[in-house]
Design a protein around this ligand. Structure first.
Ligand code: AMP
Ligand code: MN
Ligand code: MN
Length: 326
């Protein structure tokens, strides 16, 4: 435990030195961004902007920022992936467990004089030349809050808004994460941000079309009691025809309903992508490490929340998942 602590303190000091010395910066978020990667990217970008350091923040896909994140401070720092500079002094990745999570922007790693990976995924492949990976942190924004303290950055409303966005979403609205999440929330809320409004915009606001979508998608749910060593699997499909005119926010909400099934240790939502492949979200309650399952299927994630991309017919996707779950 102490050794892990020492390693982290060393990584944090090295990260702060790297950030402090940067002459120009690119901050990259993961594909299909969530509020943790965007909140982290915009908070970091805001600090560099204030220091007068040239900074770009970007993510490879989709083409637009999720609407629920449009009011995050610093969003004007976001640039199209095509406009991300080919060469830069420091490239920082936030909330990315592997280079593949950068999508088409992974190629920019090679053009940076220095690369720094800031993350909280235990499965992180350490693909940069400096790393700050705290697998016990509840969010990447929580990792950054400690970086900012060490760096002497003063916490204000704009930074707190960005950090809170990642904190509230990655902790499932503080249902998991323990005391450290609440301690950080207390600090962030003390700046005067409206935590309830931030959470409502990110997690609790959907257009009416969400309801008929849920009706169709939840109607596909199946329970396999014998799966995952007898723990049970529940799964549902989200097909493209179900989500026409809806946002990623509506699609990503489905797993949080499906995973509540009492009879299943593991939940999966299999989402049809534009190119016909499937993006699979996995959640587990206790005994199953879904990061391990997702990694064996070509993806990654956390012990209780993970994901991967699959191809082939829908019944084959389920067959491979059942086989891997054991
Ligand atoms: P999601 O189900 O999309 O909310 O993802 C849950 C977790 O799994 C996230 O923390 C991601 O880091 C990870 N994850 C999701 N999809 C992938 C993927 N295709 N490859 C690697 N990790 C993934
Ligand atoms: Mn993320
Ligand atoms: Mn995260």
């Amino acid at each position: 435990m102490d050794r892990v602590h020492d390693r982290l303190a060393d990584e944090r000091d090295a990260a702060v030195a790297r950030l402090d010395a940067a002459a120009s910066v690119t901050v990259l978020c993961h594909v299909h961004p969530d509020a943790d990667t965007i909140g982290s990217g915009l908070a970091l970008g805001t600090i560099f902007e204030r220091r007068g350091t040239p900074v770009q923040v970007s993510f490879a896909e989709p083409g637009a920022l999720p609407e629920s994140m449009e009011d995050l401070p610093g969003r004007h720092l976001l640039v199209d992936p095509a406009d991300v500079a080919d060469t830069v002094d420091l490239l920082v990745t936030v909330d990315c467990g592997s280079a593949a999570r950068l999508g088409s922007l992974a190629g920019r790693l090679a053009g940076a004089a220095h690369t720094l990976v800031v993350d909280h995924h235990p499965s992180n492949t350490r693909f940069g030349d400096s790393h700050l990976v705290d697998a016990d942190a509840v969010s990447t924004t929580a990792v950054l809050s400690e970086v900012f303290d060490r760096w002497g950055v003063e916490m204000d409303r704009d930074l707190a808004h960005c950090l809170y966005a990642g904190l509230v979403t990655d902790t499932g609205s503080f249902r998991w994460g323990g005391a450290s999440a609440h301690v950080l929330a207390d600090r962030l809320l003390a700046t005067g941000i409206d935590g309830a409004a931030i959470a409502r915009r990110l997690l609790d606001t959907h257009p009416f079309g969400w309801l008929p979508m849920l009706s169709a998608v939840l109607g596909t749910a199946q329970l396999v009691p014998g799966a995952a060593g007898g723990g049970g699997l529940v799964y549902a499909f989200v097909r493209r025809e179900n989500t026409l005119g809806l946002r990623p926010e509506e699609v990503e909400s489905v797993i949080d309903i499906v995973r509540t099934t009492a009879e299943a240790e593991v939940a999966a939502v299999v989402k049809e992508a534009r190119d016909g492949s499937w993006s699979v979200s996995l959640r587990s309650k206790n005994s199953v490490d879904v990061a391990d399952v997702a990694t064996r299927l070509g993806g990654g994630g956390h012990r209780f929340a993970a994901g991967y991309t699959a191809t082939g017919a829908s019944d084959q996707v389920i067959a491979r998942l059942l086989e891997t779950l054991g």
